[in-house]
Ligand binder design. Structure first.
Ligand code: 6PG
Length: 257
């Protein structure tokens, strides 16, 4: 039986970024304590930038031994790593470089590949090799970060995408209604095995879809990609700010981060 999601609501965008950074470091400490390393998948989109900037700020930068972290991506746009639309490019500029993360610790999806399907298979194999996971099983990442689109997509799993029914692959190639059109993404199988899944969602523009996912009224809302993120045995945490939580029913708005 899946645990109910933990909904954390920060009063404003500044405390949201600090709360998200504290969560990431707390999960990281637990992982390093348990296994000596921290396997984390970064999310795409613009929302993580505030988190990355918090993690590299003086208040946080030295509070965690980042040399223990191994970075993956929960999705990537099929563009070169230097492209402004690249999820790797944002993480490299605002997280890896400021923290002097060694390239050996970073496993990015090859968005520049002319054969995204082959690149997806290669990434799946690398995920298995690094997590020592045979093909019969799914790897367990310590933390998977996810964003949320206004249509209910998460990672690059869009409403109606065949990848939502793919329970064999860990990494799939998908079509996006948003630019850029071709994406690589972790599947629900890879995401739902994680020890901790953390949705990072902020801003009034997301209030409607947050309500649809966390307080669904229809079967269509229950079938949205983000609604299908249900950890097999891990924790599901939503780090919201007050604006993104503004359409949640009162009883869901009580807990503040
Ligand atoms: C991507 C993302 C995507 C993103 C949402 C939210 O590569 O686009 O992984 O799922 O998280 O679209 O994007 P914003 O954070 O920019 O609102």
């Amino acid at each position: 039986m899946a645990r109910p999601p933990e909904i954390r609501i920060a009063p404003d965008s500044h405390t949201w970024a600090t709360a998200a950074a504290e969560l990431v470091q707390a999960v990281g400490q637990e992982a390093v304590h348990a296994s000596g390393r921290f396997l984390i998948a970064l999310s795409g989109g613009s929302t993580p930038e505030a988190l990355y900037r918090s993690l590299t700020a003086p208040a946080f930068a030295d509070r965690f031994d980042w040399s223990r972290a191994i970075f993956f991506f929960s999705d990537e746009r099929c563009v070169p790593p230097g492209d402004a639309r690249s999820n790797y490019a944002l993480a490299n500029k605002t997280l890896f470089t400021p923290l002097s993360i060694s390239p050996a610790q970073v496993h990015r999806m090859a968005g520049e590949s002319r054969d995204p399907q082959a690149a997806a298979l290669e990434y799946e194999q690398r995920l298995r090799d690094i997590t020592n996971t045979q093909s019969s099983n799914d790897p367990i990442l310590d933390l998977v970060l996810l964003g949320l689109g206004e249509d209910g997509h998460t990672a690059s799993l869009f409403p109606g995408s065949p990848a939502l029914r793919d329970n064999r692959s860990l990494i799939a190639v998908t079509q996006s209604p948003k630019d850029p059109p071709i994406r690589m993404t972790m599947t629900l199988g890879a995401i739902n095995r994680a020890t901790v899944i953390l949705f990072l969602v902020a801003g009034a523009g997301k209030a409607g879809i947050v309500r649809a996912i966390l307080d669904p009224k229809t079967e269509a809302e229950r079938q949205l990609p983000a609604s299908l993120v249900v950890p097999e045995s891990g924790r599901l945490i939503w780090q919201l700010d007050r604006a993104a939580a503004s359409k949640l029913p009162e009883h869901r708005q009580s807990r503040s981060a």
